[in-house]
Design a protein around this ligand. Structure first.
Ligand code: FMN
Length: 441
């Protein structure tokens, strides 16, 4: 259906739009399921609203969090979010997607401890001792998107004509390099535990290295390419080691369930060469991840540079890119349905759902209905957390949200990121990010 911008003045209008599009949008009046606690590992998460990992690209040069990262996580905590997933944090200098991406190592471990302490104390100050948010650090290697000094390293696990413009310019990760990197992942898991996080999230989505490996059908003569067993080896071994080395910490995975890239270059797609959804391999993988000790899964889809509408339904595309040929509500429902199918297949493992920011101040009504029907255990928000970090607090205190504080899905946060600048909400957090957006240099 044709793309349209958000223009609904009531949940009824939103619901009618969904019916017109032939979508079965879950929606209910009561938002209480969002405010109920949920157990993950040995901890009780105070409510079901989660901040998705969102890069702020504002680290110090050694990769430690800067002033605005402390501000960002402090705001999420005092805003009442039950779970806070800290942004993609590189495990090696070469694996940074931007010179401002967080980087975790032995030298800057103390700064991460301070960030954890600060986040917990901001939550305590606002809500008292009984509200302790569940803190997750996402660790990553940016793979083909690594730009540690601002320039692409052009290093990939396998050539992908959908993503790589010039094959001649590419370098390839060798198996020996991947073996070594696996050890670095395990060290990063231990550092994550030492920093005081409740969980480590092994990022396997959006085209970054561990996700790329999942779709590396064409990687030849390698124990990390070709068969399902080989393509999933790296992720499974890291998860297994994470759980073994830090059993008291939850091991989580943020997983692309499908990426919209046809076989033999995509994951979660059928082998007939169409770019549609096929969850058979993701289900097989999730089963094995759980067996290896993964006890929290965040489901996402798409690759930002290739299929942004699969990653984050929007009103306005990133400047210079085209408007997709689908209604954003179709994008929202794709993610809601995929997470639901997986949550029903794996009812014992909490799944964090994605794709809710486009719904603005109506996300609680859809999120609550999703929780109510067991189609996810937590409702995650990405761009809306930048825009409206205290939406859970407003829900607790006012029972509803304010449209004027909500994300407008204008894609300007992504534009900031692509400009290599500090990233946040240009529309709602203007003092810092509108200035950053307008900066001439
Ligand atoms: C500026 C920006 C930064 C992001 N950073 C990350 C990240 O660090 N890790 C990750 O897994 N996803 C990242 N994402 C994706 C979001 O977590 C989320 O999946 C996406 O925005 C869709 O959710 P939403 O509709 O609530 O925004 C980022 C997205 C944006 C726009």
């Amino acid at each position: 259906m044709p793309h349209e911008t958000f223009r609904y003045r009531s949940t009824e209008e939103l619901h009618n739009k969904a019916l017109e599009l032939g979508l079965n949008l879950p929606i209910q009046d009561s938002i209480t399921p969002l405010l109920e606690p949920v157990n993950i590992g040995s901890k009780t998460v105070p409510n079901r609203i989660a901040v998705h990992p969102m890069e702020g690209f504002d680290s110090k040069s050694d990769g430690s969090p800067g002033k605005s990262a402390f501000r960002r996580y402090g705001r999420y905590a005092s805003g009442g979010n039950g779970m806070i997933q800290f942004e993609a944090t590189a495990i090696t200098q070469d694996g940074r997607s931007n010179p401002g991406q967080l980087l975790l190592n032995e030298k800057n471990l103390d700064s991460f401890k301070q960030l954890v302490d600060h986040t917990r104390s901001e939550a305590r100050l606002e809500f008292g001792d009984t509200h302790d948010p569940f803190l997750v650090l996402q660790i990553t290697h940016s793979g083909r998107y690594s730009k540690p000094d601002g320039k692409p390293l052009n290093k990939v696990a396998a050539y992908n004509p959908n993503l790589d413009h010039d094959r001649e310019k590419l370098n390839f990760f060798s198996d020996a390099e991947l073996d070594e990197l696996k050890e670095t992942y395990i060290k990063a898991v231990i550092l994550t535990k030492q920093a005081g996080f409740d969980a480590v999230d092994i990022k396997a989505c959006h085209g970054y290295l561990l996700h790329e490996l999942l779709g590396s059908h064409t990687r030849e003569d390698s124990k990390y390419g070709g068969s399902f067993e080989n393509r999933t080896r790296f992720l499974l071994e890291v998860v297994e080691a994470a759980h073994r080395e830090a059993p008291e910490m939850v091991t989580a995975v943020r997983l692309n369930a499908t990426d919209g890239i046809a076989f033999p270059y995509g994951f979660g797609v059928p082998e007939d060469g169409t770019p549609y959804i096929d969850l058979s391999e993701p289900k097989l993988l999730i089963r094995q991840l759980i067996a290896m000790g993964c006890s929290l899964i965040n489901i996402t889809t798409g690759i930002p540079y290739h299929s942004p509408q699969l990653v984050r339904p929007f009103d306005r595309p990133v400047k210079g890119t085209s408007i997709p040929e689908e209604h954003p509500l179709e994008g929202v429902m794709r993610m809601v349905n995929i997470a639901g199918e997986l949550q029903h297949e794996f009812p014992e493992t909490p799944i964090v759902g994605t794709g809710y920011s486009w719904l603005r101040h109506y996300y609680p009504y859809v999120g609550a209905a999703v929780l109510n029907s067991g189609n996810a255990a937590l409702i995650g928000l990405g761009r809306n957390s930048f825009a409206y970090p205290d939406s859970p607090k407003d829900l607790m205190e006012l029972g509803e949200l304010n449209l004027r504080k909500s994300c407008v899905t204008c894609s300007k946060c992504t534009e900031l990121m692509r400009m290599g600048r500090k990233t946040g909400c240009v529309t709602r957090d203007t003092d810092i990010y509108l200035r950053e957006y307008k900066r001439k240099d």
